[in-house]
Design a protein. Structure first.
Length: 242
């Protein structure tokens, strides 16, 4: 019996999410065993794809159910919590981790990030480490250098099973996310936003954007946490936030 689903972020294979009993780890398109697509797509289309998986669980209307996502996955969860809310269990709750509403004045994907992705070379863990070190908090990088190195070796070996073209289609889908329209339409009483105070990808400005769009939601700032909450603090996926 599932008590929740988790949606991965950009370039994440679902095996990178915590393996917690009762938590179904969904898989985004064109990563791992996710569906192959012929061209560009939107996060709205991904939300529809995940909705069908959730509905296939045949949950009773009153079932307590968590829908959570990290980064891009949180954007998808927000779409599920607005445009598809009526088809989900009434008791569903939404946990949005390490994310951004992607405002025009504060976009989620800035040119510097695209350059860093381009500089990552398959087979070269050092290029991933030098360009994507900002995924992890300073605290975690210092305390767990072996785990960080193993992550970059995994990515350099193509362990996430995503092509370069698929990555850039995901980036395009994120750029099309209109959080200023979606986030305020969420039911604040159903939502918890969890952010790390050492998140170098979506830092304080993005946290403030989320708060300004939905101040009535629960907004949690976790100390010494970076962007990769799935690795740095897997317990965040098992805890419930009142």
């Amino acid at each position: 019996m599932y008590w929740g689903v988790a949606i991965p972020g950009l370039a994440m294979n679902n095996i990178e999410l915590p393996d917690i009993p009762g938590l179904l780890r969904l898989q985004n398109p064109e990563v791992g065993d996710g569906p192959l697509l012929s061209g560009d797509y939107s996060l709205e289309q991904v939300a529809e794809y995940h909705l069908e998986t959730i509905l296939s669980l045949n949950l009773a209307p009153g079932t307590s159910f968590e829908i959570m996502g990290i980064s891009m996955g949180a954007m998808i969860a927000a779409i599920l919590g607005t445009r598809h809310r009526s088809r989900l269990p009434k008791a569903a709750r939404f946990r949005l981790l390490s994310t951004s509403p992607n405002l025009d004045e504060n976009p989620a994907i800035i040119p510097e990030y695209t350059k860093m992705f381009l500089a990552c070379k398959r087979g070269d863990p050092g290029s991933f480490a030098s360009n994507l070190g900002l995924l992890f908090s300073r605290t975690y990088r210092s305390a767990n250098p072996k785990a960080v190195q193993e992550f970059f070796e995994y990515r350099a070996d193509g362990g996430n099973q995503q092509s370069g073209k698929a990555l850039f289609r995901q980036l395009a889908a994120i750029r099309g996310f209109r959080g200023k329209d979606i986030i305020p339409s969420l039911n604040a009483s159903e939502c918890a936003f969890i952010s790390g105070d050492e998140d170098e990808v979506f830092g304080e400005r993005h946290r403030l954007d989320l708060f300004s769009l939905l101040p009535g939601a629960r907004h949690h700032i976790v100390k010494q946490l970076g962007h990769m909450s799935s690795i740095e603090n897997p317990l965040l996926y098992a805890q419930y936030y009142e």
